[in-house]
Design a binder for this molecule. Structure first.
Ligand code: GLN
Ligand code: ZN
Length: 779
């Protein structure tokens, strides 16, 4: 059991770090390993030096106390890591075999990967462990012990981070054919976690972090009270383990409700809470409940620095919050609300941001400095940073300047935008009923089982090089346009040859579906190095939405009309929807999200109107992030859905009944948001489905959802080429749920990240499967 002679919890810490590398070193190493250009030992060496330089950097930034630096490295995903550490998945006995690890994550020729889905209300994706009924859990602490040991040899005492047992099971799903719900095996998993803790204790580890974000969410299956009670009991039992390290339990991504007393009742040595409201919905009484709660011997690790957004903190305001929490003798440490996984490394790497905007921002490194400065201000003794007073003063004065100049800036408010928004009025309904629109759209002449793609085609090296050359000033705007047009022509030709019915231009001109619009809309700034991990080796570079939004000139119209000039088939115009643009950007926190969404919806409606008058009669407005922003608490959802739906509808409000509006969504838990998807009022919805074995079909009750729908049958997140039989099987499954005249045939998502070697045969198989099913339907 723990004794008072053990190392106390650091006064300043962060609950997690970016891990892809300041120059995406991990991405490069992983992709080289997968491509076979480096071997496992070269990969291991790259990952090793990335970890050590990260620890060194954190120490230089001030995280000098033992256990202040989180040991949260993951080669792909922290949920997979925990599932392996507890023996939920994976066949090798140590859980450290890299071949097995990446087979689970990415699949192999003859093995499908684990399903991937979004992590809470973020744009990070985790792998969903599949729990087999009779398979016992087993503790495999080796990987964590190796990380601890590696750090120790380099002079760092890190705090291992592991997903907590409640969250691990809540995020898992029963394997095919399993009868039990994973959460029903919580007692058994606690025993396995106890073994993991014992092993860490034996290795001399004094602090461990267990993340339990599930406790800030409302689950469908269990009430908040029941979940809290089960979590409280589980942790009480885990903490009764005889020889264990001290435990920090964290609850990031929102506020605890019943979970607060339940976790405190279990008596961990420290409890980390999310205190960053920012633009997210943290309920207002949260701080009050926290102040009133009985912490007993538990240290409060106050996550006041926002781990998810990039605005410089108002340190004076945060200090006041911290001081109020400290009253009554409560022990308080300063931390981040969530892992810093969701923000880029450092603002100092950005050379092209407007200087005033750059001054308003804090990325991961600046946030570590903010945490340090707050802890030093809160605790006169500090944590032994080299020069706490001057560091603190510099941080506080940067913060004060950011707060003041942002509030005063005339870059932020655009009166014309505000006036246009004010003039919109209440109407959010398209002209024509669903029936009238169906009839009007018959003139598009689409066959049974219309077949299309989600928009992007593989981004070839030539396309990427042309974009880089344009940015570097090595080619002219005209040369760039020529390269893109050549690419569009090839993509159109390929689709015609393969037998697609609705043609796309392939989106070669887009580096990223959100960044591209951000670059072409007023109110956004874009970064050069602001990469954030999305899943595995994949990163996105979220733009920074700092001011009022409008569309100065046409964005997609020239590309779409060029594609239309090359074919007789209908061409689908491609836009990114307001909720997705907002969701995949770092969004201003000075006006409500609903206001931002409305401004973007209005800007997009200008583009939609112009596409339509240029003759583009099918327009897809992608909203893959609609589900992701859904509040984690049920009582906040109706409000969100109302403004999200309004913003989407605003973008297509003016179109003629004969113009077909599509949307695309990237997740399979259709059920929770089916009413919202219906309310979007799109004529056709394509949705991700392949990786979850088309589980969404069950929720496609025609009573509730009578639109046309394209459940994705080709999983584009895996390099695997699906066979014709497989695809035929999926389409036949779909036809039993969806009326034949409403079924579309398409992949899961855009093809941008894949290679033509994979895409060509996969799309050929898709069309062949479509032909087989179509033939059977028409006999
Ligand atoms: N139209 C986009 C594409 O195909 C959609 C991507 C997405 O849903 N994430 O790339
Ligand atoms: Zn998608």
């Amino acid at each position: 059991m723990t004794t008072s002679s053990q190392t106390p919890f650091p006064h300043a810490t962060v609950t997690g770090l970016p891990r892809i590398g300041p120059r995406r070193e991990l991405k490069r190493a992983l992709e080289a390993l997968w491509a076979g250009t480096i071997d496992e030992s070269e990969y291991a060496e790259a990952a090793h030096s990335l970890r050590l330089s990260s620890y060194d950097r954190q120490r230089d930034l001030g995280l000098v106390a033992d256990y202040a630096i989180p040991g949260d490295f993951s080669a792909y995903d922290q949920v997979l890591d925990a599932a392996l550490a507890a023996g939920l998945v994976g066949e090798d006995t140590t859980g450290t075999d890299l071949g097995e690890y990446f087979a689970l994550a990415r699949g192999t020729v003859d093995r499908a990967p684990l399903e991937m889905t979004k992590w809470f209300d973020t744009n990070y994706h985790y792998l969903v462990p599949e729990v087999v009924d009779d398979r016992p859990f087993t503790a495999r602490p080796q990987r964590i012990l190796e990380l601890v040991d590696e750090a120790r040899q380099a002079g760092h005492t890190i705090r291992p981070v592991l997903l907590g047992p409640v969250t691990l099971l809540a995020l898992s799903k029963p394997a095919e054919g399993a009868g039990r719900q994973p959460l029903d095996r919580l007692d058994e998993l606690v025993d396995t976690y106890a073994e993991l803790l014992t092993a860490l204790h034996a290795a001399g580890v004094e602090w461990v972090q267990l993340d339990e974000p599930t406790l800030v969410t409302d689950l469908d299956a269990v009430s908040d009270e029941e979940l809290a009670q089960r979590a409280g009991q589980a942790h009480a039992r885990l903490l009764a383990t005889a020889d264990r390290p001290q435990v920090l339990i964290t609850a990031p991504y929102g506020s605890l409700r019943a979970g607060l007393d339940a976790l405190l009742g279990a008596g961990p040595e420290a409890l980390g809470v999310d205190l960053s409201a920012a633009t997210r919905t943290i309920d207002p009484e949260w701080l009050g409940r926290l102040k009133a709660a009985d912490f007993g011997g538990t240290r409060l690790v106050a996550g006041v620095i926002d781990g998810r957004n990039i605005w410089a903190a108002d340190l004076e305001a945060e200090l006041a919050v911290l001081t109020s929490l400290q009253s009554g003798g409560r022990e308080v440490s300063v931390s981040t609300s969530t892992s810093l996984l969701h923000v880029p490394y450092t603002v100092s790497a950005e050379k092209r941001l407007p200087v005033d905007v750059a001054g308003w921002l804090s990325f991961a490194e600046e946030k570590v400095t903010e945490v340090e400065a707050l802890a030093a201000a809160l605790d006169a003794h500090g944590e032994g940073a080299a020069d706490p007073v001057s560091v603190r003063e510099a941080a506080f004065s940067r913060s004060a300047r950011a707060v003041r100049t942002r509030a005063e800036s005339d870059r932020v408010v655009d009166e014309q935008v505000r006036a246009r928004v004010a003039a919109i009025g209440e109407r959010r309904t398209r002209v024509g009923s669903v029936e009238e629109r169906r009839e009007a759209q018959e003139s598009l002449g689409l066959p049974l089982l219309p077949t299309t793609t989600i928009g992007s085609f593989p981004q070839t090296p030539e396309v990427r090089q042309a974009r880089a050359a344009l940015r570097g000033g090595r080619i002219s705007e005209d040369e760039y346009t020529e390269t893109m047009r050549a690419e569009i022509a090839q993509v159109v030709k390929l689709q015609e040859e393969l037998g697609f019915d609705v043609i796309v231009h392939g989106e070669p001109e887009r580096n990223d579906m959100v960044q591209y619009f951000a670059e072409n809309l007023a109110g956004f700034a874009v970064t050069d190095h602001g990469w954030v991990q999305s899943y595995g080796s994949r990163c996105t570079r979220p733009p920074i939405l700092f001011g009022d939004v409008h569309r100065p000139e046409p964005i997609t119209v020239p590309w779409s009309t060029y594609a239309a000039s090359l074919t007789d088939k209908p061409v689908k115009g491609m836009l990114t929807g307001p909720v997705t643009i907002l969701s995949w950007s770092f969004v201003r926190d000075d006006v409500p999200l609903s206001t931002v969404a409305e401004q973007i919806g209005l800007a997009l409606s200008d583009e939609v109107a112009e596409l339509e008058s240029a003759g583009v009669r099918i327009i897809q407005i992608d909203e893959p992030a609609l589900r992701e922003l859904l509040p984690l608490r049920a009582d906040n959802r109706a409000d969100y859905i109302a403004w999200a739906v309004d913003a989407f509808r605003l973008s297509s409000i003016s179109v003629d009944p004969g113009t077909q509006i599509h949307t695309h969504l990237c997740y399979s838990e259709f059920g929770q948001v089916i009413a919202a998807i219906d309310a979007l009022d799109a004529d056709v919805t394509s949705i991700e489905a392949a990786r979850s074995r088309m589980e969404l079909l069950a929720s496609l009750d025609p009573e509730e959802f009578d639109r046309s729908v394209g459940p994705g049958v080709y999983d584009i997140h895996s390099p695997r080429v699906p066979t014709v039989e497989e695809l035929t099987g999926l389409l036949e499954a779909a036809i039993t749920h969806v009326p034949r005249e409403s079924l579309w045939v398409n992949p899961d998502c855009g093809l941008k990240t894949r290679k033509y070697e994979e895409v060509r045969p996969a799309l050929a198989n898709l069309v062949e499967a479509r032909n087989e099913v179509r033939a059977k339907l028409t006999v």
